[in-house]
Design a protein around this ligand. Structure first.
Ligand SMILES: CC(C)(COP(=O)(O)OP(=O)(O)OC[C@H]1O[C@@H](n2cnc3c(N)ncnc32)[C@H](O)[C@@H]1OP(=O)(O)O)[C@@H](O)C(=O)NCCC(=O)NCCS
Length: 180
């Protein structure tokens, strides 16, 4: 683990009304593990539920050296508490598009934090990285995620299927949008 902290992250600090978005750091491991180990949060995520904090540390380390995807943790200004994470990176499914992903600690759902954070990330990618085509997908049984997409401006365009690393397969809905 030593030495990794010294790596300069490419992600800048972004600020919204209620949140600070900053690159994940190793000191965030415990906070991130608190939702990455929660089945209610991980059920429809592309990663498997973390059962040991070393998996969370590994994820944070991977973000520190990731040249392709851009990742942030969301810090609630009022409490200086890490409540979730999200990011954007080139889509492996849709040529020319960048895909968004996000998750929040269960206790922090239904307060508008995810949409607030993802709007800032999309705005950054559009203005600073020149990203104009954005996409995502969510499980049919996870409509809350679709609401986040819609509020960020993405629109449903087709259904499909997703198989998690652990083999579980479920129907999904694809969304996309194009910016000027
Ligand atoms: C997906 C996920 C991040 C959505 O969380 P969420 O809390 O529903 O989304 P938001 O942060 O945008 O909050 C939206 C809700 O907060 C409520 N809300 C309360 N106060 C609010 C405020 N000040 N501003 C805006 N919304 C507010 C609104 O009612 C809104 O619901 P609506 O969409 O029906 O209008 C969350 O369910 C999650 O982490 N799920 C597990 C991981 C996951 O599924 N990730 C995506 C995989 S595709």
């Amino acid at each position: 683990m030593e030495g990794t902290d010294a790596i300069m992250s490419k992600e800048p600090i972004l600020e919204t009304e209620r949140l600070i978005l900053r690159p994940p750091a190793l000191e965030d491991a415990e906070a991130c593990f608190s939702w990455k180990s929660d089945e209610r949060v991980t059920k429809f995520m592309s990663y498997s539920k973390n059962t040991d904090i070393s998996q969370t540390i590994q994820w944070i380390q991977s973000t520190l050296t990731d040249d392709t995807d851009w990742n942030w943790v969301f810090v609630l200004k009022e409490e200086n508490r890490v409540i979730g994470s999200g990011g954007i990176g080139p889509s492996s499914k849709l040529e020319g598009y960048w895909s968004i992903g996000y998750n929040l600690h269960f206790d922090d759902w239904h307060k508008g934090y995810c949409t607030e954070a993802m709007k800032a990330i999309i705005n950054f990618a559009h203005r600073e990285l020149g990203v104009k085509k954005i996409c995502s997908s969510h499980a049919v049984d996870n409509p809350r995620s679709g609401r986040v997409m819609e509020k960020c401006g993405l629109r449903f365009y087709r259904t499909g299927e997703y198989t998690k690393p652990d083999g579980e397969t479920f129907p999904i809905k694809f969304y996309k949008m194009e910016l000027e």
